[in-house]
Design a protein around this ligand. Structure first.
Ligand SMILES: Cc1ncc(C[n+]2csc(CCOP(=O)(O)OP(=O)(O)O)c2C)c(N)n1
Ligand SMILES: [Mg+2]
Length: 566
């Protein structure tokens, strides 16, 4: 255990760097990071286990930031951990810098998820915890890492937290630890202007373990994290009561803490005094971008500890791999997102069937072939036909993740974000279904998946106004235009942001699934019909001709004999 004086110094270092980044950029969020500095410092210097030499190590603990505006705190602690240079954090919010205003997924640098739209980050964390449980059920105790999430008032208020709270508690995700930075302040008001709920009771009702602490107290943070790691039944919420803008001073050296104004602008613009604040925190206002030597030593020491921790874990894995060569081969292959051999041509499709039914046929094959696939539905499995997969497996239950299906309940946004989290975790291939009209409830998550290039497969059925007698609420009209626009927008790599396929018959549905599974670069959307569709004509094998869909478009039948190009 480290000396608390040193730990407080390291947290002050994070506060100085955070405030300085925002001050230099003339924009950003200093107050929250200054309050959260103590927790993030304890987490990174004493708890989070990762391989300093290999950021992609699959056995690493994962940290999911929900509140992207806390990026100064995150970049600062990653700078102390050697993932960013001082020059890079000085370039905060500048064009082309690796330190954008809101963090973007970059595992190399220790950033597991893109964050900014509040609420989604902790849902990815819960999804990652599900993936880890799924893998543990198959690969045993060598899957023993912890998933951490960091949430703030905004994330707690976002509706998606209801779905995550319910599901994480219901499924008993004891490998999931969430820190709630509760500082009573949000963007435009204090929290009491908008809420009077008892957050602890709310999470307890969802079956979480809840620990309430002084979130600026090293000992209390340590104790809470230790208790949370020992919990064997429930996810843990650590409610850390923190002080917004901790350490901030006005020009006359009176306190400038707990001010709404420090949420989203430089301290100086908020009315605090930057120089007095830096001095108060032990830094030099003339040269604030400095890591104190003892803090460098603290993180150097952590690095050595991590090397030992990782070596011990890898040694344990090696013994396991020798005793279980087949499982070890699977583990390697799953984390490499390799696909097993699938004989797509032999998947027997019933002619002229609905494409959602054709999708169920494919899913039945995948359930038996793709051992690391997880399918999920927002309470529509028998309509979106993900039950074609479920038939061969069972739904996750608390203490039993031997199945491969997540019954998410009616929570499309939560469902999609959790599937994204599963994919970010790695080792699994998630797909989730609902009606196409309700893709609207998933859009915020799809958008971030597109930004991150996360290969989640979305199964959207009831694709047309002909949904039956349900009427206009269930008839997708503008949804495809929206999804197609998202598809064609290019991502950071200059690729289409997602792959969207609306197969024209049952055989194209097989090919669409093939393309979806083979797309490891972006999300994929499959848009499927409720009603039967006549198979397209084929000279010989309709399957072989449908394979041409992989080219983007093809001639179904030559117009010389009177049929149009498709
Ligand atoms: C979905 C979404 N809505 C709105 C915002 C804009 N926004 C950024 S931070 C914030 C609230 C901040 O409150 P809190 O989460 O408590 O952070 P703190 O002020 O304590 O740093 C808002 C509304 C956002 N980033 N995401
Ligand atoms: Mg707050």
């Amino acid at each position: 255990m480290n000396d608390n004086v040193l730990m407080n110094k390291a947290a002050d270092n994070i506060r100085i760097l955070s405030a300085s980044m925002v001050e230099k950029a003339k924009s950003g969020h200093p107050g929250g990071p200054m309050g959260g500095a103590d927790f993030i410092n304890v987490l990174y210097s004493e708890f989070l286990e990762y391989d300093p030499e290999n950021p992609h190590w699959e056995g690493r603990d994962r940290f999911f930031l929900d509140a992207g505006h806390m990026s100064p705190m995150f970049y600062s602690v990653l700078c102390l951990s050697g993932k960013f240079s001082i020059e890079e954090i000085k370039a905060f919010r500048q064009w082309g810098s690796p330190t954008p205003g809101h963090p973007e997924r970059d595992v190399e640098r220790g950033i597991e998820n893109t964050s900014g739209p509040l609420g989604q980050g902790h849902a990815y964390g819960a999804g990652a915890a599900v993936a880890a449980k799924f893998l543990k059920a198959r690969l045993g105790d060598t899957i023993d890492h912890t998933i951490y999430a960091y949430i703030t008032d905004g994330g707690i208020q976002e509706e998606i937290s209801q779905g995550v709270g319910r599901l994480a508690g219901h499924l008993g995700l004891d490998n999931f630890i969430m820190f709630y930075d509760s500082n009573n302040i949000q963007l435009s008001t204090t929290t009491d202007a908008v809420t009077s709920e008892d957050v602890a009771k709310k999470y307890e009702a969802w079956n979480w373990k809840v620990i309430t602490i002084d979130g600026n107290n090293v000992d209390e943070i340590r104790k809470a994290l230790t208790e949370a790691k020992a919990e064997k039944e429930r996810p843990t919420l650590i409610i850390g009561n923190t002080i917004m803008g901790r350490g901030a001073l006005a020009a006359d050296c009176t306190s400038f803490e707990c001010q709404v104004s420090t949420h989203g602008q430089p301290l100086s613009a908020a009315g605090a005094d930057f120089a007095q604040t830096v001095k108060n925190l032990g830094g030099n206002p003339e040269n604030p971008f400095v890591i104190f030597p003892e803090v460098t030593a603290l993180y150097e020491k952590r690095k050595k500890e991590l090397n030992d921790i990782v070596a011990a874990k890898k040694a344990k894995c090696d013994i396991w791999a020798k005793a279980n060569p087949e499982l070890a081969a699977k583990k390697r292959s799953w984390f490499a997102r390799e696909l097993p051999e699938i004989d797509w041509a032999t998947i027997g499709q019933k002619p002229d069937n609905a494409t959602r039914a054709a999708s169920a046929t494919v899913l039945g094959v995948l359930a038996q072939k793709v051992e690391n696939m997880i399918v999920a539905s927002a309470d529509l499995s028998n309509s979106d036909k993900t039950d074609g997969f479920l038939k061969y497996t069972k739904a996750f239950e608390k203490n039993d993740f031997s199945g491969a299906f997540l019954q998410a309940g009616v929570a499309e946004f939560t469902l999609s974000a959790m599937c994204i989290g599963m994919s970010l975790h790695g080792g699994v291939i998630p797909a989730c279904g609902t009606f196409f009209a309700f893709s609207d409830y998933m859009k915020p998550a799809i958008r971030v998946a597109a930004l991150m290039g996360t290969p989640v497969i979305f199964i959207w059925t009831h694709d047309a106004f002909r949904v039956g007698e349900d009427g206009p609420t269930h008839q997708p009209v503008e949804q495809e235009a929206q999804i197609r626009l998202l598809e064609k927008l290019q991502n950071h790599h200059g690729q289409n942001s997602m792959l969207v396929l609306r197969p024209a018959d049952v055989h194209e549905t097989t090919i669409a699934w093939k393309m979806a599974l083979e797309n490891a670069q972006t999300p994929t959307g499959l848009i499927l019909s409720r009603q039967n569709i006549k198979d397209l004509p084929a000279a010989e094998s309709r399957y072989k001709e449908a394979l041409k869909a992989e080219k983007g478009a093809y001639v179904v039948q030559d117009e010389k004999i009177g049929r149009a190009h498709v």
